[in-house]
Design a protein around this ligand. Structure first.
Ligand SMILES: Cc1cc2nc3c(=O)[nH]c(=O)nc-3n(C[C@H](O)[C@H](O)[C@H](O)COP(=O)(O)OP(=O)(O)OC[C@H]3O[C@@H](n4cnc5c(N)ncnc54)[C@H](O)[C@@H]3O)c2cc1C
Length: 440
């Protein structure tokens, strides 16, 4: 299957592997790892290259798992859910299509579908929904090629500690060859998208009927330099009217991509126009409501290139975090044409999940890729530090192992498992050394 590859999507990381290999099955994958080890080369796997961090970068052998993209096994359960084992290189769009054909779906997804399943789980990719976890919480088994070239099956009962880092560990303990996902019967979502005043959103967030608890999936975007937001409420329904394809094209392609690219270019050329542009953009948003299969509601095309930082904070800290970011934006003199995004997730028990042990609000800030981002993102990172923020593993941040150890209760366990699984650092690169710490 031909897929679009945008390695280094945000143009923040450079990649100069000695060579690139595309194994066609798990045996070839194991041989590729062993060969690299014999030659004394590092190994990294790459998915769609959609991480903003240099997580997939290597100076050794880069393994592209696009050929490992088949559904291998489907085990149906009486309640309609199923365990599906799938090649680790499959892109989410293809996975969603294959699951849909089986009458199945992922419980929750992020807002694009271009990533590989392996890359998505390895960085803790998540969607929104206060009763739901990220993609790694939907993984119940993982087949791994280790640094020794062995093919190992892991799950909550088989090598459970290795499984923890296999399902979310930046490829630090091996190359994923296949994953087993717990999926649910296919479902429809009703999407309700409405522009709101930001203050109304914040006022109505909490409580049993609030925006967060009262919807299966709630998120909102806010426009810097304004008090306007775009809210998205997605809820399970049995049926309902779909979206006229012309309206979908106008909203998702024309306004969200083509026109948005133009407004970002204008803001780049005339920074002082940014506030006005954001006000106009926020005011020109119109409401829409439609019903569609869940993958079509979760994912939208994102063609305007940007850089992103996203932090997970305890949900109770959300209002303070947003107020502090807003204060900084208003006093910094920065011009920020890209909206920020707020999402929610349930607490989970995955060792390196950004939602580990706490109900979470995710706050993402973006900057158009032609504009400087360091000052803005550094200021946001300082604010997040005051609220025990944990950075998304695949998005820009400057934290290192010392700080991360304070933020994750199981961090020392993760370091121990990594050291035991890969004692010689076969899967190391600069990013992993920074976030896991140098080897003793
Ligand atoms: C436009 C855009 C929208 C996004 N939306 C969201 C969102 O809604 N929610 C969210 O949480 N994130 C989001 N992200 C971030 C994205 O989901 C993650 O960065 C994800 O890791 C990208 O998947 P990938 O296949 O491109 O992985 P890559 O960037 O290729 O790799 C990510 C990591 O996984 C490792 N890896 C890849 N394949 C394997 C394997 N087979 N075995 C072991 N390790 C492997 C790599 O070595 C690397 O460490 C978005 C990113 C972009 C660019």
């Amino acid at each position: 299957m031909e897929t679009t590859r945008w390695v280094n999507w945000a143009r923040t990381a450079s990649s100069t592997p000695v060579r690139r290999e595309r194994p066609s099955d798990v045996d070839e994958l194991a041989r590729a790892v062993s060969r690299a080890v014999d030659e004394g080369l590092h190994v990294r796997a790459v998915g769609a290259g959609h991480s903003f961090t240099a997580a997939a970068v290597t100076d050794g052998v880069l393994l592209d798992l696009d050929a490992l993209d088949a559904i291998e096994r489907v085990e149906r359960r009486p309640d309609g859910s199923a365990l599906v084992t799938v090649g680790a290189g499959i892109r989410l769009a293809a996975l969603n299509g294959a699951l849909g054909a089986l009458g199945l779906a992922m419980r929750n997804l992020g807002d694009i579908d271009q990533q590989s399943i392996a890359g998505a789980i390895s960085t803790g990719t998540h969607g929104t929904g206060v009763r739901l976890g990220g993609l790694a919480t939907q993984v119940v088994g993982a087949r791994l090629v280790t640094a020794a070239g062995d093919v190992v099956e892991t799950s909550p009962t088989q090598q459970p500690e290795l499984f923890e880092l296999a399902r979310l560990g930046l490829g630090s303990v091996g190359v994923l060859a296949a994953v087993t996902l717990e999926v649910v019967p296919a479902f429809l979502l009703e999407a309700v998208e409405e522009p709101w005043a930001l203050d109304d959103v914040l006022e109505q967030l909490d409580g049993p009927d609030g925006l967060v608890e009262g919807n299966d999936h709630f998120e909102f975007y806010w426009f810097p330099h304004t008090r306007r937001a775009l809210t998205k409420r997605n809820n399970r329904v049995q049926d309902g009217p779909g979206l006229n394809p012309v309206r979908r094209w106008v909203d998702d392609e024309l306004l969200s991509n083509s026109v948005f690219e133009v407004t970002n270019r204008i803001a780049t050329a005339v920074p002082a126009a940014t506030r006005r542009i954001n006000q106009l953009a926020a005011r020109s948003l119109s409401a829409r409501r439609y019903v569609a299969p869940s993958p079509e509601v979760f994912a939208s095309p994102r063609r305007v290139r940007f850089r992103e930082m996203e932090y997970a904070v305890p949900r109770a800290a959300l209002r303070d975090v947003l107020a502090e970011i807003d204060r900084w934006v208003e006093t910094s003199g920065e011009h920020l044409p890209f909206p920020g995004e707020v999402r929610f997730a349930a607490a989970d028990d995955v060792w390196l999940s950004t939602a580990h042990g706490r109900e979470t609000a995710y706050v993402a800030v973006h900057q158009y890729w032609r504009l400087p981002y360091q000052r803005y993102f550094s200021a946001v990172e300082r604010i997040m530090a005051e609220h025990e923020g944990r950075p998304h593993w695949g998005k820009l941040h400057w934290l290192d192992a010392r700080r991360l150890a304070e933020l994750y209760p199981r961090f020392a366990d993760a370091q121990r498992v990594r050291a035991a699984a890969d004692p010689d650092g076969v899967f190391d690169n600069d990013y992993l050394t920074r976030v896991f710490g140098p080897r003793p």
